[in-house]
Write a protein that binds this ligand. Structure first.
Ligand SMILES: Cc1ncc(COP(=O)(O)O)c(C=O)c1O
Length: 410
């Protein structure tokens, strides 16, 4: 039985009532980042207070133990998303992972006239690295049109593909409309044209079952902090044969076998080839604790909880005449909305004055505006500890309406 109240007890941010603007805090910005359970905090503290050492660099126990810890974490992550543990590359997070792919793969294979396919719903972290590399080599970015509802459909991908397309990079779940894409279907289309398939899993890995092997994708990226883990750590997962062919994007200590005065370098095998410099070791220990924590609840149960909250929230919000919902059928952890005739940032400020944290603006998806036909929206997002009472608090606040001046003078 999914007991959200028991789960909440494990989170210091939720164990005792927190306040914002003097009101009980209702945190509905989980797509941005999530709270951390005690086990994750303990794992991070353990690194600093009990097992501090660098990795790959010494012949003493503390250092060796850290190497063991890193490999154990790779295995826990690999099992969680169903890939080989040697395919897990640690990065500082999703953004860094996408940059790594764009620079290490994109720069290697893209030539003038080639195409990279993205969608209108992408986060800037899955657009700007591609713009950089495409501008550099003279390649072009093409965008997949969304369906009327805002979904990413294989048939629409097919329409923009050509034999010039070398890479397709899309989010499994977008951070605004949040429909879950048919990744297997989309991958089949990308591969039909011989293109690599990159999946930005920032919003999906924390909420949905991920199957790297079964989906047959070439790359997967995600951040620990959106799934109860620490900030500053994440990973890039890539098919091993592709990782072998790619050049490292960041080079330095820890990723080479040898180099000489003739400027010849012999790099280590993947994944360490891509992990030059001291890794975020405390983060890696926290990442492992986070994945084990999610596993202990069950990703399917978390997904079901998201859907129940989504259905509950949509039912309540749909009863409010003044609320416009942009993704009524997404059935995930995100609801994007506006209050009629109120600018999104004003609404979020007003909600803040009532202790409710939601995100407003363009949510880093700046080319989605044409589809949404509005310059800004509010976004509420849930996670495994969100309750129906928190949804009620949002609905009641929206029901009450209110003047933006309330935010400043109450
Ligand atoms: C879909 C998507 N991609 C990429 C990112 C970037 O993640 P990070 O800031 O953890 O690198 C986010 C963050 O919100 C996101 O929602």
């Amino acid at each position: 039985m999914y007991d959200v109240y028991e789960i909440r007890k494990q989170f210091p941010m939720l164990r005792e009532q927190k306040y914002m603007q003097g009101k009980p805090l209702v945190f509905l910005d989980n797509a941005s980042t999530t709270f951390k359970p005690q086990c994750v905090i303990d794992a991070v503290v353990k690194y600093y207070s009990e097992v501090t050492a660098n990795s790959h660099r010494g012949d003493y126990d503390l250092c060796y133990n850290m190497d063991v810890e890193i490999e154990k974490t790779r295995k826990v992550i690999a099992k969680f998303v169903n890939c080989d543990f040697k395919e897990v590359v640690f990065t500082s997070g999703d953004t860094m992972s996408l940059n790594l792919i764009a620079y290490s793969l994109g720069r290697k294979i893209l030539k003038k006239g080639d195409e990279v396919v993205l969608s209108y719903a992408e986060h800037s972290s899955d657009i700007l690295p591609w713009y950089q590399v495409c501008n550099e080599v003279g390649a072009e970015v093409k965008l997949i049109p969304l369906s009327e509802k805002g979904e990413l459909l294989p048939e629409n991908l097919d329409k923009v593909m050509s034999n010039k397309t070398k890479i397709v990079s899309i989010a499994n779940v977008g951070n605004v409309l949040a429909y879950t894409a048919n990744i297997k279907g989309l991958t089949a289309v990308a591969h039909k044209y011989g293109a690599y398939m990159v999946v930005d899993g920032a919003q999906s890995v924390p909420h949905n079952k991920t199957d790297f092997k079964d989906w047959d994708i070439d790359f997967l990226t995600f951040s620990a902090h959106k799934m109860c883990g620490p900030t500053g750590i994440g990973c890039m997962i890539g098919k091993y044969s592709i990782l072998e062919m790619m050049d490292p994007f960041i080079v330095g200590g820890g990723n080479n076998v040898t180099f000489n005065t003739n400027q010849q370098v012999d790099y280590l095998e993947p994944p360490v080839k891509f992990e030059a410099g001291t890794l975020n070791l405390a983060g890696i220990m926290g990442f492992k604790a986070a994945v084990e924590f999610i596993d202990s609840i069950g990703i399917e149960n978390i997904h079901k909880h998201d859907q129940e909250l989504f259905d509950y929230a949509i039912e309540k919000l749909s009863q409010l005449d003044n609320v416009i919902i942009y993704n009524k059928e997404a059935r995930g952890g995100v609801i994007t909305f506006n209050v009629k005739d109120v600018f999104a940032q004003d609404e979020a400020t007003l909600l803040n004055s009532k202790g409710i944290a939601v995100r407003s603006g363009q949510h880093c998806a700046k080319i989605l505006n044409g589809f949404l036909k509005t310059p800004a929206t509010c976004r509420m997002s849930t996670y495994l500890y969100t309750t129906k009472e928190e949804i009620d608090a949002l609905v009641n606040a929206l029901k009450e309406g209110g003047n933006i001046l309330d935010a400043y003078f109450n």
